[in-house]
Design a protein around this ligand. Structure first.
Ligand code: CTP
Length: 408
């Protein structure tokens, strides 16, 4: 999903401490600039041994700072000037030594100095650890990480996997795009903090025989965008996905299913555990009454086989009929080709849900942009057309406004 403009008006101080992962920081700088941020790079001495300030300056279009004795600032206080201007300070890579410096409040170099000198209430600090797995697992590092967290720093990752040293384990820095998305998420309002959100997405596939089936053109993009937006807003998100080729949004728990019956079986036990249910899946209305065990062959008569269909369960309506204590706040989608609002209002009543989000199905399937109309008992409200992620964020804000917390 495009991140273009997602960091507009953000000024990011990107700090690099020493580590092989400095090469990924070059990509990160580029991703942040592409997302609309202005990026000011600050490097430690050790970082300058792994990658040159020239590269970082060229990628960000801003001179790099590497010393607290840098005379370019008229007041000679780069640690004050740089930290006051920042929307956030992101240290990537953050070495074990740098995290130790943060934990102790040391200020040996410009980067640690400006982290300490930043107005802590106004300028958040995010660090992306990168180190060998033994260094990461060492009790001293874990103690330091716990301390910087307790001091309000956000720790991004690390990931597990192949390491530059040839070992495999925890300590890899997150990839540039993952860090960019973490930062975008960080800036979203936490309107669903601590809430549990269940989302269905994508089409279902109803087997005719082992090689054929019926499905539809839903790409799953809107549902995945809603799952991402809900996670960005602080929710714990479970995404039940039909057959789609989309990456799971970071931090989202995903359950893959194929048919409508499997989707219902996955959703029902989860529904009672979630406060909010957003049904975006384009569930096939019917399935072949009997899926053939073997491929149906042409019999040479020129006659097509006759297929009998049965109606699939209505997942949204089933969840909406759960007893009030178990029932999440249900949001349905209505993909229509005409009379959009009238059909949406019908569905509101038929499915017994408090909110239906209507869109023009044929115009939006597979595309990155969409237009939504919210239909509920109070009336209709149009969300301005936009890309699916922006709409998903706007929808998440609307849901948060309408959905009271369940009594404990
Ligand atoms: N839905 C569902 N289970 C189904 C059919 C639909 O959970 N078997 C949900 C969809 O996820 C969506 C809403 O119900 O949130 C409306 O889906 P839609 O396909 O627009 O409506 P249908 O109920 O299938 O009605 P129709 O096909 O007549 O438009």
């Amino acid at each position: 999903m495009s991140a273009s403009g997602a960091l507009a008006h953000k000024h990011i101080v990107l700090g690099l401490s020493g580590g092989v992962a400095c090469y990924k920081a070059a990509d990160l700088a580029r991703e942040l600039v592409k997302a609309g941020a202005t990026v000011q790079v600050v490097m430690t001495d050790a970082a300058c041994r792994f990658i040159t300030p020239v590269t970082m300056q060229a990628l960000t279009n801003h001179p790099v700072y590497a010393s607290q004795w840098d005379g370019r600032e008229p007041n000679h206080m780069p640690h004050i000037n740089l930290s006051r201007e920042a929307s956030a300070i992101v240290v990537a890579p953050a070495s074990a030594d740098f995290i130790a410096q943060l934990a102790q409040g040391r200020a040996d170099e410009l980067l640690s100095l400006l982290c300490l000198a930043r107005p802590i209430e106004r300028v958040p600090l995010l660090v992306a650890p990168a180190m060998n797995r033994e260094m990461w697992a060492h009790p001293a590092t874990q103690r330091n990480v716990a301390q910087v967290r307790a001091d309000g720093t956000t720790v991004l990752g690390p990931a597990a996997g192949d390491q530059a040293c040839g070992e495999i384990g925890d300590g890899r820095m997150l990839e540039a795009e993952e860090l960019r998305d973490e930062l975008i998420a960080f800036f979203q309002p936490k309107v669903l903090a601590g809430r549990d959100v269940l989302v269905t997405a994508g089409p279902t596939f109803e087997a005719i025989d082992p090689v054929r089936g019926i499905t539809n053109h839903s790409s799953g993009k809107m549902g995945f965008a809603i799952a991402r937006a809900a996670a960005e807003a602080g929710a714990r998100v479970t995404l039940v996905a039909g057959p789609v080729h989309l990456a799971t949004p970071r931090g989202v728990r995903r359950i893959d299913v194929t048919s409508a019956e499997q989707m219902l079986a996955a959703v029902l036990p989860e529904a009672t555990l979630h406060e909010i249910f957003v049904a975006t899946a384009a569930v096939a209305d019917w399935r072949p009454a009997q899926a053939a065990g073997q491929k149906i062959k042409k019999d040479g008569s020129g006659q097509a086989p006759t297929l009998a269909f049965v109606e699939n369960p209505d997942i949204l309506a089933t969840v909406a009929k759960l007893p009030p204590g178990d029932r999440p706040f249900c949001v349905g989608f209505a993909a229509e080709s005409h009379d959009i609002v009238r059909h949406a209002r019908d569905k509101l009543a038929r499915k017994g849900v408090p909110l239906i989000v209507a869109n023009n199905g044929p115009a939006t399937f597979g595309r990155d942009d969409n237009a939504l109309v919210l239909v509920d008992a109070a009336g209709e409200r149009e969300l301005p057309p936009g890309d699916k992620l922006s709409l998903a964020r706007a929808l998440v804000a609307e849901i948060a406004l309408r959905c009271p917390r369940r009594a404990a």
